[in-house]
Structure formats: structure tokens, C-alpha cells
Ligand binder design. Sequence first.
Ligand code: ZN
Length: 388
Amino acid sequence: MTERLFDKDAYAVKFQGTVLECYEEADGFQIVLDRTLFYPEGGGQPADLGVLGDARVLDVQEKGETIFHKTDRPLPMGQTVEGEIDWAHRFDLMQNHSGEHILSGVICGRYGCDNVGFHMGRESITIDLNTKIPAEALPELEEKANEAIWRNTPVEIFYPSSVELKTLAYRSKKELEGQVRIVRIGEYDCCACCGTHVRFAGEIGQIKIIGTQNYKGGTRLELLCGKRALQDYGRTAAAAENAGRMLSVPGVQVDMAVKNLLSERDSLLRSLHELKWKSFAAKGEQVPEGTENILFFADGLHRKDMVHFADLLLKKAAKRVAVLSPAGEDWAFVLLSKVQDAKDYAEQLKEVFGCKGGGKPEAVQGSVTGEKEALRVFFAERGFLVQE
Ligand SMILES: [Zn+2]
């Protein structure tokens, strides 16, 4: 059984411990000490990092009541070594874990729901709640959680007796066995937890919800606390400011400016499309009346307009019209026939090129894979007048 020094003092950074076990594994070494400040991954909180003597601690796991430190080099058995945890990493986890408790406590208190999932990732924290939280309620819930910070609410950790526990209202009742460790943050939260926490809510700095989604019938919230939240604000504000500079508006007005820009773009695209259509229609007019077969390479027409264009050309053609337009790697095609052999042409296209599509004897459409020149030759050999 490893003595858990981090339970007594979450702020201690250095300690001394004796090496009880050390063995090699495929990708490093496992070390067991009599005592440790290294928090093992658990309860949603990632493992501590740091050094043990001259070995780097890469991961920390708990099996039963023994804590295993995964290191990059061995340490002599029986030796007393000095360990030091990576404080920046730990404090970041403390800010985020305590912040998560407050927000979960506020939300679960308000909605009578449970936090059924908690994950502290490298980028952000997620909490899963087994009820739908309306998006419009989030700003107020977030503000309520931050109120705990503004009041610098103390974070108490205690081990109630089984009798006291019975009368205590707290979250995560089912998760823990044995002696229950309670983390209480004023009126905001009371929860069973084995993680490391700040002493006062003020140390969290801020709690910010950065995302929400429906998840398994409930809600998944993504949040950032402390320095992570500040850094995220810095990045987001800089991005908004940069975009604002390009659009000649203040950063906070970027969304409206982008909305205007998109509507302008859509109207330009519509005009461009109209012009394209007019230009093709004019070209179509120039095709001599009575031409037997016409192939038109029409660059940049939507499929609907290709059909229109083919219809327009068919007025000029005695027998058949094909319209091809580039579509990614392939060509979209429409083939109309007054002599009811459009499907035969599609079959021939399929034999020579890769071709998908179908239709009726008088009209087929689909896509064909092939070089423009080869397609030109294919149709020219079959008596088509090639236009573009
Ligand atoms: Zn916790």
C-alpha cells in the first residue's frame, strides 16, 4: 500500500520516498515507492508528471492500493529518492478539476441531474449530464459558477463518518467504496472525490463553457478553467481582432461582417452563374439549325442548367445532344436523343470510359471519367459537332 501524500497536501511539490520495487517493461520501468506525491490517473483526473531522482515520470497508475510510477530509467531498490512533481501541470489540473466541480454542482443542483461522465483532456474538459440543459440557460449557470470564484469560496476536504455520511447530501454517491472523501465548495457543490483541489475557489481564476452538444439523450459540456481559459480567450480574441482588421470592423462585430460578406458572395455567385448561363445560351444560338448531333463542353454549369442547355440545343439538333461539364475529377454529362438511342450511347461511353448514370431512351445523365480530348474524339467519330 502506497502512502498517498497528495491527499494530505495538494500543494506539496517535493517529497522523499524509498524504492520498494523496480522492474523493466517493454517501453520503460515501473517503480513502487513507500509514499508518493504523484497523483495516479483516476476519478477523471490525469496522472501527475515530474521526476524521481534522475528518472522522468511519464505516467502514474494505481492498482489496488499500490501506486506505480512509469519512468524512463530504473532506480536502485531500497534507495531513498527525491521526487518532484511538475507543478504547472498539477496546478492546471487542480484549477480545472475544482472548476468542474463547481459548474457540475451548480447545474446538478438546478436541474436535479447527475454528472455521468467527466474527462480532463489535454485541450479541454468535458462533463456529461444526464439531462438536456437548454443552451440559453448556460450563460447564467456559468455566471453562477464564477460567482464562487469571485467570493473566493473555501474548498473543504473531509472524511465524514458513516453516520454523518448518511445525512450528507453529496454528488457521486455510488462511485466510491471504503472511506469516502468529500470535497465541499460552499453552497455550490458537495461531492465525493479523490482528486486534488485548490484551497480557495479564487485560485481557479475563471470557469468558461466553450461548447455544448446533445449527448446520449443528455448534454455534453466542454469547459476550460484557470490559465487554460485565459489562454483560450487570448487566442480567440486575437483571431477575432485579426479577422476584424481584414474586414475593417472591431473584433466583436466580426460575425455580422462575415454574414454580410457571405450574402454578398452568394449574390455575386448568382450573378456569375446567370452570366455564364447567358453566354452558353448565346453560343447555343449560333449552332447551325439542323445540325445532326451536337456535343457541348460547358464549363461550370450546374446539372439542372446542363439539362436546360441540352434542351435548348436539342431544338437545333436533328438527332442528339450531349453536354459535358467538369465535376471534380470527372465530367457530368447529359445526353438527349430524338431517335431514342441515348441509352446505347451511355453503354458505349461505359465501354470506353468509366461511366455512371442512367435514364430513358430519350435522355440519360450521369458522370464519365476520361480525358477531354478522348471524349472529344469519341463524339466526333460518331458524327457530333463539337462546340465549347
Ligand atoms: Zn472530482
